[in-house]
Design a protein around this ligand. Structure first.
Ligand SMILES: Cc1ncc(COP(=O)(O)O)c(C=O)c1O
Length: 396
């Protein structure tokens, strides 16, 4: 059959993210077939639900008839709540005129790239990166310029290497701190230097901060702390992780008022706004009690500490301890040629699914990303499987 003719944009977003996700696909297939599979390859605990006061706010809103078209950039109460939340999280003063809602942070970062980049622009991306970034930021024809963050520096990129990557074509840098997959939290000095570089060279900062609430060692520093909201910095975030609301698709971008107006125009022709009852639930999440979320993050920190210790005790295996987020990076380079082979062996021999990091960039293809979204018993069970699998590999 003749190959479907699609646009250049479609071809760029259909680039294969690698075979890494095959392990997860296989795990889900086995689980559907009734097998007992331990899935530690995604950042979500399917059994942990959205806090009940948020669900109740959404249900009450639906019962109140809040299920019609809404404002395209977001309901006034939602934009105000996000502006308050943003100021609390970043220290930057912003108002509702700086907020545009999106269907999750993913929709927000895609929109930022689409609205800011021309074909041929360069966008600096730190590797390892969240797996959707290549398609997201090159969709409009921009080229990715990769700066590597190394495990020996706790996956924090080097400021001089970022400066060296800047060219007259640089249109933006994408930051993701706290970082997925590495759990690194960028220092204030690094963030300040990047803000200076962006001012000197006139490029944008797109800051993906979906894990801002997930810091258990250190402090989240947003570039927005050092800029005025009308400068060239866009902060994208959501409630997907912080309030276990991934399926509600509640995200946003905070940016200068003129860029926010452009986002609104894009929304007009893209989603026509988020459902009002979902926005009401989101306002309840932002303004309501936060104890549940705080407890959740403490739990991640505790499990990360115990898991790192257990993994580091396994012969041939080591970790780079996360300071935030939902994952631990597991280095398999001393036992296996690459992490994909190791992940498939884990799957085949023990029905344990852990993601090989090939989808996050080539400098981490000997790492696995192990999710902390499970009980400690399950995480120890996975460690036992890793230990047995490691013993079956010939040291590399
Ligand atoms: C770094 C990063 N950015 C963006 C997203 C997408 O978030 P959302 O569910 O709000 O679209 C994720 C989800 O895992 C992520 O890890």
């Amino acid at each position: 059959m003749e190959k479907l003719k699609v646009s250049g944009l479609s071809e760029r977003i259909c680039k294969d993210g690698g075979s890494a996700w095959g392990v997860l696909v296989e795990a889900r297939k086995r689980a559907r077939a009734g097998q007992d599979v331990l899935i530690l390859s995604i950042g979500e605990d399917a059994s942990a639900t959205t806090p009940s006061h948020i669900v109740q706010a959404g249900v009450a809103s639906m019962n109140d008839g809040r299920h019609h078209y809404s404002s395209v950039a977001g309901e006034p109460a939602m934009r105000e709540a996000i502006a308050r939340h943003h100021t609390r999280m970043t220290g930057q003063v912003a108002g509702p005129e700086n907020v545009c809602t999106f269907a999750g942070a993913q929709n927000g970062i895609f929109s930022a790239g689409l609205c800011l980049f021309e074909s041929g622009d360069e966008v600096i991306i730190v590797e390892p990166y969240y797996s959707t970034y290549p398609a997201t930021f090159t969709a409009g024809g921009a080229n990715m310029v990769v700066v590597t963050a190394r495990p020996e520096n706790n996956f924090e990129p080097d400021a001089d290497e970022i400066a060296a990557a800047v060219t007259p074509k640089t249109r933006a840098i994408v930051l993701n701190t706290p970082n997925n997959p590495t759990g690194s939290v960028y220092s204030e000095a690094l963030i300040k230097r990047i803000v200076e570089l962006s001012r000197t060279h006139g490029f944008w900062i797109i800051s993906d901060e979906v894990y801002a609430d997930f810091v258990f060692d250190g402090e989240h520093v947003s570039p927005a702390r050092f800029c005025d909201v009308e400068e060239q910095c866009v902060v994208v975030s959501s409630l997907s992780k912080s309030h276990r609301m991934s399926g509600w698709r509640t995200g946003w971008a905070v940016a200068s008022a003129p860029l926010t107006d452009v986002f609104e125009e894009l929304n007009l022709s893209m989603t026509y706004g988020l459902p009002p009852f979902i926005q009401d639930a989101a306002v309840a999440a932002i303004d309501g009690p936060q104890d549940d979320c705080r407890e959740m993050v403490l739990g991640y920190g505790e499990r990360a500490k115990l898991l790192v210790k257990a993994l580091d005790d396994i012969p041939g295996i080591s970790t780079v301890a996360p300071r935030a987020g939902m994952y631990v990076m597991v280095d398999t380079s001393r036992v296996a040629e690459n992490a994909e082979a190791f992940a498939w062996a884990l799957m085949d021999q023990h029905n344990v699914s852990i993601l090989p990091c090939t989808a996050f960039g080539s400098n981490v293809d000997h790492f696995l990303r192990m999710s902390l979204c499970a009980s400690m018993d399950d995480l120890y069970r996975a460690c036992e499987a890793i230990k047995l699998t490691a013993s079956t590999f010939t040291p590399a």
